[in-house]
Design a protein around this ligand. Structure first.
Ligand SMILES: Cc1cc2nc3c(=O)[nH]c(=O)nc-3n(C[C@H](O)[C@H](O)[C@H](O)COP(=O)(O)OP(=O)(O)OC[C@H]3O[C@@H](n4cnc5c(N)ncnc54)[C@H](O)[C@@H]3O)c2cc1C
Length: 207
């Protein structure tokens, strides 16, 4: 992994080192005429989000390999920082790096900042929702798993906000709920579009 150079202009700057950004940067690191490629991300690790939802029913070792392992011996420069602003007309991006704001210019920019849990716009999320991000604490998946295990044999109410990840959370964890409701993910008894009562058991099957 190359170090950030003194000049601040890049031929290509890739924002975000998730699946999309990292793959794009590594693709550009191959044989081509490009010499100035930067990958910007706020973390030094690559978070493998895939299958994080399985942490609801069992301990899943978080896979967060260092980005340096992927970028070693490539021409990609890694900039650890928070992307603050992008100006497509000026072809520049402002990045918070270690307490400073730095401006990088580019010929081309790949925007791959992905998605994140929004704790701010929906009232109650910060205080009441469990998140499937890596981490520990009272609002992370380990805490949810403990709560479900402690509630074995009792009815508890679980609300799952169903996008593709919520859908997978239901399927991967063998969730079962009440049978009434407008629609239902395949092979489960969960209802979509309403809250439902579920029970947890140590066998990880919720009836
Ligand atoms: C809990 C969970 C489980 C999932 N399970 C599966 C699965 O089993 N199978 C599957 O196919 N898909 C799964 N997905 C979906 C999959 O993870 C996403 O489609 C994929 O991560 C999208 O990749 P991305 O590179 O676009 O964005 P992301 O993975 O979100 O990466 C974005 C990157 O940009 C960085 N970033 C964001 N904002 C800034 C900023 N302002 N400044 C600097 N850096 C920033 C982030 O730190 C991150 O590194 C799951 C998603 C979640 C949340």
């Amino acid at each position: 992994m190359a170090k950030v150079a003194d000049t601040l202009g890049y031929e290509v700057i890739v924002l975000g080192a998730g699946y999309a950004g990292l793959m794009a940067a590594l693709g550009l690191a191959g044989r081509n005429r490009l010499t100035r490629i930067a990958l910007v991300s706020r973390d030094e690790e690559f978070v493998e989000r895939i299958r994080l939802q399985e942490g609801v029913s069992r301990t899943v070792t978080t896979r967060m390999p260092p980005l340096a392992d992927f970028l070693a011996n490539t021409k990609v420069e890694f900039i650890r920082g928070h992307v603050e602003a992008l100006d497509a007309v000026k072809r520049s991006v402002r990045v918070g790096v270690g307490g400073d704001n730095r401006e990088f210019t580019f010929d081309r920019c790949i925007y791959a900042l992905g998605s994140r849990i929004d704790e701010v716009s929906v009232r109650g999320v910060a205080d009441h929702a469990y998140r499937l991000d890596p981490g520990s604490g009272s609002r992370f998946v380990g805490a949810l798993r403990s709560k479900l295990e402690a509630s074995a044999g009792q009815s508890i109410r679980v609300v799952i906000v169903v996008g593709a990840t919520g859908d997978q959370s239901i399927l991967a964890n063998g969730l079962k709920g009440a049978r009434s409701g407008p629609t239902r993910p395949r092979n489960t008894n969960c209802d979509v579009g309403r809250t439902h009562r579920v029970q947890s058991s140590r066998e990880k099957t919720w009836v």
